[in-house]
Design a protein around this ligand. Sequence first.
Ligand SMILES: NC(=O)C1=CN([C@@H]2O[C@H](COP(=O)(O)OP(=O)(O)OC[C@H]3O[C@@H](n4cnc5c(N)ncnc54)[C@H](OP(=O)(O)O)[C@@H]3O)[C@@H](O)[C@H]2O)C=CC1
Ligand SMILES: CC(C)=CCC[C@@H](C)[C@H]1CC=C2C3=C(CC[C@@]21C)[C@@]1(C)CC[C@H](O)C(C)(C)[C@@H]1CC3
Length: 593
Amino acid sequence: MPSRKFADGEVVRGRWPGSSLYYEVEILSHDSTSQLYTVKYKDGTELELKENDIKPLTSFRQRKGGSTSSSPSRRRGSRSRSRSRSPGRRPPKGAHRSASASVSHQADIKEARREVEVKLTPLVLKPFGNSISRYNGEPEHIERNDVPHKNTQEKFNLSQESSYISTQYSVHPRREEIRLKEVDSKEEKFVTKELAVRTFEVTPIRAKDLEFGGVPGVFLIMFGLPVFLFLLLLMCKQKDPSLLNFPPPLPALYELWETRVFGVYLLWFLIQALFYLLPIGKVVEGTPLIDGRRLKYRLNGFYAFILTSAVVGTCLFQGVEFHYVYRHFLQFALAATVFCVVLSVYLHMRSLKAPRKDLSPASSGNAFYDFFIGRELNPRIGTFDLKYFCELRPGLIGWVLINLVMLLAEMEIQSRAVPSLAMILVNSFQLLYVVDALWNEEAVLTTMDIIHDGFGFMLAFGDLVWVPFIYSFQAFYLVSHPNEVSWPMASLMIILKLCGYVIFRGANSQKNAFRKNPSDPKLAHLKTIHTSTGKNLLVSGWWGFVRHPNYLGDLIMALAWSLPCGFNHILPYFYVVYFTMLLVHREARDEYQ
Ligand SMILES: NC(=O)C1=CN([C@@H]2O[C@H](COP(=O)(O)OP(=O)(O)OC[C@H]3O[C@@H](n4cnc5c(N)ncnc54)[C@H](OP(=O)(O)O)[C@@H]3O)[C@@H](O)[C@H]2O)C=CC1
Ligand SMILES: CC(C)=CCC[C@@H](C)[C@H]1CC=C2C3=C(CC[C@@]21C)[C@@]1(C)CC[C@H](O)C(C)(C)[C@@H]1CC3
């Protein structure tokens, strides 16, 4: 039986979860299975602590004076700031998303909240928002002997805090928390109203706070990515696409431009826009904006996909030559790039006239940087939301169509009666991914792109060029570099893909449900921790298994859809490498928050 260091009834100091603060506690009991001590704080709070989080009284130095700002009651200002946030609730747009670029906006928002919350007395304090955000179950090295109960007022505060934290910290399941949140949400309405009357200031952010390496980084990405895209496609067209054969033969620029191709691309874009405008599908509200408004979005991406499939099916039946797209693949990529540049210029021009409250928290005041990251958060023409439309429709559905084109091209070029198993795997894996995105369209409303990033060159290029022309790379590769896959290998790839999908979908659905309604009874069994932004993070279920389970699932799927291309060349694995970099970067942006 494992030994225990502290005896029942012993008075020691216990670390307040997630903080570096130790308070006097009494050991009530010890669970030998979980190795946790149940301890009682002076104010009556009972918590379970690890042995590492408990110290004998003798291991502390008594601090003189004792009135530094780290005692709990001294933190009341920051705690009260988080008072009105219902746990897990998203703050107004821009308030919580990543990016150093949003520092000033965030300060603004915090200030707004403080002003609002001052009016919300009497307070029921939510404690230690800042410190709990760092909780990782491990003891911290900084040990301070902050004596909690200096006077009656402080005692009162700790008592209020502690009784709240025992549920709010969610060491235990969250039923009690849910009850508290219901009370909380009543005040939420008031807070939103208050925020709505606050003027939004956009203060230029410091150069060192810019993301993507600041202006030089953005310059490199903006010019480098299109060049890289064309080099990759040209490499793939070579008989031997080995890296040793770099650089590939370059075509003259005029050979890459075809007005007819541009016309076909425009037609595709307009058809998708038409489908977007159809009054079918339910209308939902997005996350709250900085001024408390919520934009409305129509969810009809899946219908658009069905309608597109019907149109494509009819065209195939009518004998429309889809091989044209394969033969002019580079021209299509150029047409999409040109379109994206024109769109980005339009977006930037209109953003100059946009009211400040409509600007993205990532925008900086530097014209070049803002052209890239996007100045306006939700550019709309009437009810037509340009960013939301581009995120899911022309590029994502276009990706599936390009895959189909590659499948047909493979059959034609390799004189096959049926497509190869490798091609079928790639097509089906990626089809599942896109259909899933469209089916769960509402989830896009809580992604970084919609909430935080403006609509500028980065997303326009990502959505309209990068996704359709890079994400279809495996299918493009297989057309000229066949790879035979055996059924046992195919089965393993299918299992891998399904594992990735289950993790990806499970994690995203859990997170979306939580962000949408933290009080959802279906989530009552999940544990959360409070963060300094005022929101809670899930730390159990999929989100207790690894920090970003949705990224993990996505990466596994990325690997699964590269494997059918075999191991002759590294090129089809480019997507896995790029995607890892993208997700690590996104993770860092998220972590920053
Ligand atoms: N195929 C592709 O090219 C790409 C795919 N993706 C996929 O899109 C999906 C969404 O990506 P993305 O928006 O980047 O990332 P996330 O879905 O991880 O979104 C980040 C938000 O999730 C919330 N969050 C993070 N951790 C927790 C937690 N423990 N508990 C509750 N909420 C949490 C935070 O919300 P809050 O800020 O409110 O706290 C954070 O802002 C992912 O599955 C990703 O793999 C993304 C990019 C590209
Ligand atoms: C190279 C460059 C300029 C990068 C821009 C990044 C974009 C390619 C990606 C940013 C976020 C994306 C998302 C999806 C596609 C790629 C981009 C646009 C997404 C639509 C794919 C399908 C998923 O299910 C998703 C809906 C969660 C996802 C949202 C984010």
